[in-house]
Design a protein around this ligand. Structure first.
Ligand SMILES: Cc1cc2nc3c(=O)[nH]c(=O)nc-3n(C[C@H](O)[C@H](O)[C@H](O)COP(=O)(O)OP(=O)(O)OC[C@H]3O[C@@H](n4cnc5c(N)ncnc54)[C@H](O)[C@@H]3O)c2cc1C
Length: 382
């Protein structure tokens, strides 16, 4: 049975899902172990993904992309993450943050920055989190001080995907001191070769090693006025809307990982023998596999429903938080159970189940830790 069958996927997203699966089978899955081992940035797979028309293609056709909508990006996410989460994150982050330029940017910004990303000549990233603050979007301290012709950025960002590799980033910085702390932030396009921009990779991670995050130091980094995205003081609200879409996709990260854990566990127990029979003949093992399926199918149904809700902007924050939490936690649970079913072999580092087990620790954190999602769910369900 195909866990990621396309029956639940809207018809218009099925072709791209099939393209993503073919690509993942040919380029992602066979390279997953090697990139985990080396911890290198998977440039070759990224370039192949670009050639296949599957990277940064949520950008509209008028700017050189394929104009994928939320359902299409979710369909790709499920397939890529099933094959390998580290490489998948790199492929999906190549246009991270650029979507906000498309929605709120000026025509000039779209030509200068968005088009090269859509045409795969450049890659972008999004810099929000800081060394001392991750969850509290109204507590970030990187400042953008108004100077003649623009702003000067001072402060630090941490965990930023592509901080070293990207051509430009969308950066979230403080521009005000008003009592309404949510109105104090602004988004800027910052070129990574600007004076006053320094970035280095953060220390090695235990999972998703084929994706790279960086630590940025801004030291009086000048950004011209015309690089403000949207309006001064509007950054928080733009970001909140962007994260609603992102959280549906991160749910897809969880679904792909959960599918990988289930596949791996089912295959193992059908081959492994104990007490004169294959392990899958024990009822306790069958129940564990059934529980994995129950969690997976519930999460997937919720995720595709949330996709529709968020795309239609119906209580988007609520549905996005629900599905991000459910799908990423089901992935963690499936990985835990998959490890148990593998017995001693679970801890061999080159096993796919061990890689999935390390990777599932990550989507429960990024795009807003799940405790924050629970705060949002409670607040928005009243
Ligand atoms: C692999 C990876 C890639 C990332 N990529 C990016 C990126 O490209 N750009 C970017 O800007 N950021 C990125 N991040 C950062 C990510 O968004 C943050 O790690 C996340 O928001 C959590 O922030 P934090 O790590 O500072 O945890 P903290 O905010 O310090 O929180 C620690 C823990 O405290 C608890 N907690 C905190 N506040 C509350 C609360 N109000 N209620 C209940 N519990 C709470 C939570 O359990 C949380 O897990 C990435 C992170 C990872 C791991």
């Amino acid at each position: 049975m195909d866990l990621l069958d396309d029956g639940i996927v809207p018809e218009h997203a099925r072709d791209v899902k099939a393209e993503a699966r073919e690509f993942a089978d040919e380029y992602i899955a066979p390279n997953a172990a090697a990139y985990y081992e080396s911890g290198e940035y998977p440039w070759e797979v990224l370039e192949a993904g670009m050639d296949a028309g599957l990277v940064a293609q949520d950008i509209g056709e008028e700017y050189g992309g394929r104009g994928f909508d939320l359902a299409q990006v979710l369909a790709i996410a499920e397939e890529f993450y099933r094959a390998d989460a580290g490489i998948a994150l790199t492929l999906q982050l190549a246009s991270f943050g650029a979507e906000m330029v498309e929605q709120y940017g000026t025509d000039e910004q779209k030509e200068e920055y968005l088009r090269p990303v859509a045409e795969n000549d450049q890659i972008s990233g999004l810099a929000v989190s800081e060394p001392e603050t991750g969850s509290d979007l109204a507590g970030m301290t990187t400042e953008a001080e108004k100077v003649e012709g623009g702003y000067e950025l001072t402060g630090e960002k941490y965990w930023v995907g592509n901080a070293v590799e990207a051509d430009w980033l969308t950066v979230y910085a403080k521009t005000g001191e008003s009592d309404d702390s949510y109105s104090n932030y602004t988004l800027f396009i910052v070129e990574t070769d600007s004076d006053g921009y320094e970035a280095e990779h953060i220390p090695e991670k235990m999972g998703m090693r084929a994706s790279k995050q960086g630590h940025i130091v801004f030291d009086d980094c000048f950004v011209p006025e015309e690089n403000v995205v949207g309006s001064e003081g509007g950054g928080f609200y733009v970001l909140a809307d962007f994260f609603n879409h992102g959280r549906v996709i991160v749910g897809g990260h969880g679904l792909g990982l959960a599918a990988a854990a289930i596949e791996e566990a089912e295959e193992f127990v059908h081959d492994r023998e104990a007490f004169g029979r294959t392990v899958d003949e024990f009822q306790a093992v069958q129940h564990t596999l059934s529980d994995m399926r129950i969690g997976f199918e519930s999460a997937r149904a919720l995720n595709w429903r949330a996709c529709e809700k968020v795309a239609d902007d119906e209580d988007a924050g609520y549905w996005a938080a629900l599905t991000k939490t459910k799908s990423t936690e089901v992935a963690a649970d499936c990985a835990e159970k998959g490890m148990k079913l593998h017995g001693g072999r679970s801890i061999l580092t080159d096993r796919r189940i061990a890689r999935v087990y390390r990777d599932v620790r990550i989507p429960v954190i990024y795009e807003g830790a799940n405790d924050i999602q629970r705060n949002l769910i409670y607040r928005q369900s009243r």
